[in-house]
Design a protein around this ligand. Structure first.
Ligand code: GTP
Ligand code: MG
Length: 208
């Protein structure tokens, strides 16, 4: 899968106000500052598509990005959406407390027909925090597919990296974690493949 075009579409203050879109959607979520927005930029090969910051809580709204990628079927293109969600675990965000974001997300997972999968980002140096486990549980509860992604893999040696991946996988019951680094651009082929293969290729859009 190769992304050929990525454009910012809209920011919404709540799930209720998100645009009604029928194309496949992939929600990116994780603790604040874990590197979600940087990954969107690296995946789409555009430096400033999603806003990033060293200060946690940069992403405060629900941001939709429209993606066009080359289809598995030659000569065709697919259109789908990435949703950059505010990180959890940041005090000034409405997502900061579990009791705040859990019901909102639960509703979004249940109602959003086009939601294909949730990509759960965790810092490779300290994965599976309580809030991440809550998120996984929420996905399981609502029968929503998820892809665990370990970020900032450049922060660990190769040996430490493999140990961290294995430790997470042991607790994942069959779902394989993918390690990525936006800094070194590592793991993005795997991530794009998982986005498509884990949930099936996005619906092909005619006339594109
Ligand atoms: P919020 O929007 O606040 O929830 O954060 P986010 O998860 O979108 O993180 P963001 O992409 O804004 O990155 C947070 C910080 O981590 C920034 O200072 C980035 O430069 C840094 N960062 C992101 N990805 C990587 C990476 O792969 N390696 C390293 N070393 N730093 C990274
Ligand atoms: Mg962000």
């Amino acid at each position: 899968m190769k992304i050929v075009k990525a454009t910012y579409l809209i920011s919404s203050p709540s799930f209720d106000l998100c645009p009604k879109l029928n194309l496949p959607e992939y929600a990116f979520i994780g603790r604040s500052n874990v590197g979600k927005s940087s990954i969107i930029n690296a995946l789409c090969q555009q430096k400033n598509l999603a806003k990033t910051s060293g200060t946690p809580g940069k992403t405060q709204l629900i941001n939709h990005f429209e993606i066009i990628s080359n289809s598995v079927a030659k000569g065709k293109q697919d259109k789908w959406y990435i949703v950059d969600l505010p990180g959890y675990g940041f005090a000034k965000s409405s997502f900061h407390k579990r009791k705040d974001w859990a019901p909102l997300l639960e509703e979004y997972f249940a109602k959003r027909q086009a939601l294909k999968a949730v990509v759960i980002f965790m810092d490779i140096r300290h994965p599976l925090k309580d809030s991440d486990r809550d998120m996984i549980e929420l996905c399981n509860k609502s029968d929503t597919a998820f892809i665990p992604v370990l970020t900032k893999s450049d922060k660990l040696s190769n040996n430490q990296k493999h140990k961290a991946i294995s430790a997470v996988n042991r607790q994942m019951q069959g779902v394989e974690a993918i390690a990525v680094s936006s800094k070194d651009i590592v793991g993005f082929d795997k991530l794009s493949r998982a986005i498509l293969e884990f949930t099936g290729a996005p619906i092909s859009t005619s006339g594109m």
